[in-house]
Design a protein around this ligand. Structure first.
Ligand SMILES: C[S@@+](CC[C@H](N)C(=O)[O-])C[C@H]1O[C@@H](n2cnc3c(N)ncnc32)[C@H](O)[C@@H]1O
Length: 230
């Protein structure tokens, strides 16, 4: 089984748990921030990348022409579609796809939004993913990506974020301490998740050809980048 297949298996098993995280005030605030920067309109054809249980898809749907929820885990896509149906949101569709290869026609979307998905792939795969996103966006199309945005480094903001994480996880007792040690091992072997600083995101988007690139540090570990396809 490949690393990616492992990732899908575990996300397929985390649908209920993730739905609770997405409903938390902290994640709802992230969604507020994303939608504020995205300024969706009724003309927009949206793609939500790494949509999970639909935190962004379900909130943006009433404000736009249509929204496509993309996720690598089929169980996540099924959940978004089911909730959309239950809530009478008829402009939601879903697709199982990897964020590195969206499988959508050129220029077919006007707005791309994403929350906490891209840190699952490394720097070069982010480049591949954002190049594909550039292709999929129509000229003028906007991008709003929120994610954990920091690096494992000695810079003050990075140090504070990592220390806060260690304290939070350690509070869970022996299981938490074990988790800290496991994460340290993953960092040492390069198999940890791949958050990057807001400046690294800005540079990547600019190199790919996006314009009006800007980044924002949000509370705790989170950051947000915005850009437009010229
Ligand atoms: C942390 S959850 C975030 C979900 C949602 N955006 C939210 O904010 O509630 C990450 C999601 O990204 C998906 N994911 C992970 N790796 C992916 C990949 N390579 N391509 C597409 N989706 C991926 C997972 O299946 C999961 O649903």
């Amino acid at each position: 089984m490949t690393h990616d297949q492992h990732a899908n298996v575990s996300w397929n098993e985390r649908v209920n748990e993730w739905e609770e995280v997405a409903a938390s005030p902290a994640f709802q605030r992230l969604a507020d921030n994303i939608l504020e920067h995205a300024s969706p309109t009724l003309a927009d054809r949206v793609v939500d990348i790494g949509a999970g249980t639909g935190l962004l898809t379900l909130r943006v749907a009433p404000l736009v022409r249509d929204v496509l929820a993309i996720d690598a885990a089929p169980a996540m896509v099924e959940r978004v579609i089911a909730i959309g149906k239950r809530e009478g949101l008829e402009n939601i569709s879903g697709a199982v796809a990897d964020l590195r290869e969206l499988g959508l026609p050129d220029g077919s979307r006007t707005l791309a939004i994403s929350n906490y998905a891209y840190h699952h792939v490394d720097h070069e795969d982010k480049r591949v993913a954002l190049q594909d996103l550039y292709r999929v966006l129509a000229p003028g199309g906007r991008v709003v990506i929120c994610d954990m945005m920091f690096a494992v480094s000695l810079r003050p903001r990075d140090r504070r974020i990592i220390w806060d994480k260690v304290k939070l996880i350690s509070k869970r007792g022996p299981a938490g301490v074990l988790r800290v040690l496991k994460n340290a091992g993953k960092i040492a072997t390069g198999t940890w998740e791949h958050p990057e600083r807001p400046e690294a995101w800005e540079q990547l988007l600019t190199e790919i050809g996006f314009v009006e690139v800007a980044s924002y540090e949000l509370t705790n570990e989170s950051g947000l980048v915005t850009a437009r396809r010229p």
